[in-house]
Write a protein that binds this ligand. Structure first.
Ligand code: C2E
Ligand code: CA
Ligand code: CA
Length: 581
């Protein structure tokens, strides 16, 4: 046993019996990690099979530790900074270091080396016992686990198919929004959206195509919503949205309408366009619920109501809100398009002389032919147009149309006195209303004296000085002025006196009630008397019977309008009725 240090010699030869030596070999070879006993001269005294990579030996040749571990051909650098033996020599205690070695000329591997001192009988250091462990895979795994952990966290709060937040994250965010809304006295709307008949898509095209559609729905919904609206996929074909940007209920309706936009274009499945619709249930904080769970549950109830009543629709939890909001928003958004799509038309209701029953004029009445809702009467949409000020554009269109028609009829032998045009009170908010009218007269070359503007009595008593000013300007152009629905607004004589009025139109409710209530008759008679006293023309509207027509004529009202004579007629019907040749 050449080159064996005295201590190692003692350790291996003297201190151990052969049987014990055998036992030691068995023990150290069963250790899966490399193990070496190294003396103070860097010579390996003992190493196991894992270290030698073939067989364990107990000092049968002179081999240096660097040859075993990492530098088979060169010794370690002089500084030996990270040499376990050197470190143990300095500290005389166990050390643990991490080192990177090339292994089998492959990529470097990382090892954790643990070295413990070996002392002789005199308690002097005589070597170390060193184990090393390749921790490269472990570190890689740790790194993966770390990264994987992040994924796990993401997955816990997101839907894997669409990458949208899931119910859990949505609920957290909604809870925070409710908290804020409570603090700042705001409203929050929760939308529960469910695809209509989605099962059919899965059944007909398979789950993979179904998943593609769901991903596309998510993309479309996402592109529609702004930051204040959080979107989540709740389960299969159910999505949740909330918005904390709700000031009035219509804001929620507008969002619902926008959500429907996601389904306006078909989805392409197997190169085939497939139309898909959705239903939406809406709940509102604070009126429908005080917390996340309540709002989610109410939105779900509302969704079921929407599905029951009609697919491709939305429902508020409180049903009465739905009808109002739906018509309002439907109308408003379609009204904006109606002008450019030329969906409006003017009808003309003849005004008849009650003495000779001849035509004396027309009242222009707007009609809206909605592409899917059909005919919508002005009572249904004028108030909405007035609220959104769309009435200014619509009103201008009416004036222009009526002027064009008046000019054509006046030049084509139609014997009529005037065409009456209804002016909404809101049109008086237009500072340049008179200038617009003047321009239309110029553009259409319509003679002003064949025009009459009707303005309701109720508007006149609410707004005096500005309205009077505009009416005077209109009157100065040569256009006549008529007060519509007269008798319902209780205007005073002194107010009437200040106005440049040509005509008073007895409201049709009095005509209707003429022989039913004493009051109606008394009011009609006093309006006729007032007209006579002030030299104002009187027209009765809503005449439905000969009896009414006769009574009015005998009472001194010389013009009338009503279904008894004619309903409002299209331009073509006017031609058919009034052109002799
Ligand atoms: P209005 O100015 O009082 O118009 C008369 C309304 O009474 C018309 O309804 C007409 O069809 C209806 N009517 C006429 N004769 C009879 C009758 O004998 N019996 C009954 N029951 N009704 C009769 P319409 O066309 O539905 O218009 C309703 C209201 O809409 C109008 O009331 C007017 O306030 C408004 N409106 C119509 N066209 C316009 C317009 O171009 N601009 C503005 N600002 N408002 C309009
Ligand atoms: Ca009218
Ligand atoms: Ca009227």
């Amino acid at each position: 046993m050449k080159n064996l240090s005295l201590e190692a010699q003692e350790f291996v030869d003297s201190a151990m019996a052969d049987t014990e030596k055998q036992f030691l070999l068995t023990v150290i070879n069963s250790i899966p990690d490399p193990l070496m006993v190294i003396d103070l001269d860097y010579k390996v005294q003992i190493m196991n099979m894992a270290a030698s990579k073939n067989q364990a030996f107990i000092r049968n040749s002179c081999i240096y530790c660097h040859e075993v571990s990492h530098h088979p051909h060169t010794s370690c650098p002089d500084n030996k900074k990270d040499c376990p033996l050197e470190l143990v020599k300095q500290s005389l205690s166990p050390v643990s270091i991490v080192k990177e070695f090339p292994l089998n000329s492959k990529k470097n591997r990382i090892f954790e080396i643990n070295a413990s001192p070996i002392f002789n009988a005199n308690n002097e250091l005589c070597g170390i016992i060193e184990t090393s462990k390749d921790i490269t895979d472990h570190l890689n795994l740790e790194k993966k686990v770390y990264e994987n952990n992040l994924d796990l966290h993401y997955l816990r709060y997101h839907d894997a198919l669409t990458n949208l937040p899931n119910l859990s994250l949505f609920s957290d965010r909604l809870t925070q929004s409710i908290r804020k809304a409570r603090k700042y006295n705001r409203q929050v709307a929760v939308f529960h959206l469910n695809l209509d008949r989605f099962k059919q898509i899965n059944d007909s095209f398979g789950k993979t195509q179904g998943d593609k559609v769901l991903s596309n729905v998510a993309i479309r919904l996402k592109s529609i919503l702004d930051k204040s609206e959080a979107l989540a996929r709740m389960s299969a074909d159910e999505f949740l949205i909330y918005s904390d940007n709700i000031n009035v209920i219509d804001d929620a309706t507008i969002i619902a309408q926008n959500l429907f936009q996601a389904f306006s274009k078909p989805f392409i499945i197997n190169n085939q366009p497939i139309n898909l619709t959705a239903s939406i249930g809406i709940s509102l904080f604070p009126q429908d619920g005080n917390n996340t769970d309540e709002l989610l549950s109410k939105a779900d109830t509302a969704l079921h109501k929407a599905k029951d009543e009609s697919l491709n629709s939305f429902q508020f939890y409180q049903k009465e809100m739905t009808a109002n909001a739906f018509t309002y928003v439907m109308m408003e958004s379609s009204l904006t398009k109606a002008l450019q799509n030329e969906e409006f038309e003017l009808f003309y209701q003849p005004k008849i002389s009650l003495e000779d029953r001849k035509l004396c004029g027309f009242e222009a009445l707007i009609r809206w032919q909605h592409p899917s809702l059909g005919l919508i009467t002005p009572d249904q949409f004028i108030p909405i147009a007035e609220e959104s000020l769309l009435i200014l554009e619509i009103g201008e269109w009416v004036i222009k149309q009526a002027c064009k028609q008046a000019k054509i009829w006046s030049e084509n032998n139609l014997d009529f006195n005037h065409i009456a045009i209804n002016l909404s009170g809101k049109q008086f908010q237009d500072k340049v209303l008179d200038k617009k009218i003047k321009k239309i007269l110029d553009d259409t070359q319509c003679p002003p004296e064949i025009l009459e503007f009707e303005i309701t009595e109720s508007h006149l008593i609410e707004n005096t000085s500005h309205t009077i000013d505009i009416l005077n300007k209109i009157k100065a152009m040569g256009i006549k002025i008529s007060i519509d629905d007269f008798g319902t607004g209780y205007s005073s004589l002194s107010q009437l006196n200040q106005l440049p009025i040509d005509t008073l139109k007895i409201d049709r409710s009095f005509t209707l009630e003429l022989f039913k209530t004493k009051n109606s008759k008394a009011i009609i008679l006093s309006i006729i008397a007032l007209g006579k006293a002030m030299d104002i023309n009187i027209v009765a509207e809503g005449i439905e019977t000969e009896e009414q027509a006769n009574f009015l004529k005998n009472a001194g009202c010389y013009q009338g309008q009503g279904y008894y004579f004619f309903k409002p007629l299209s331009k073509d019907k006017i031609h058919a009725n009034f052109y002799k040749d």
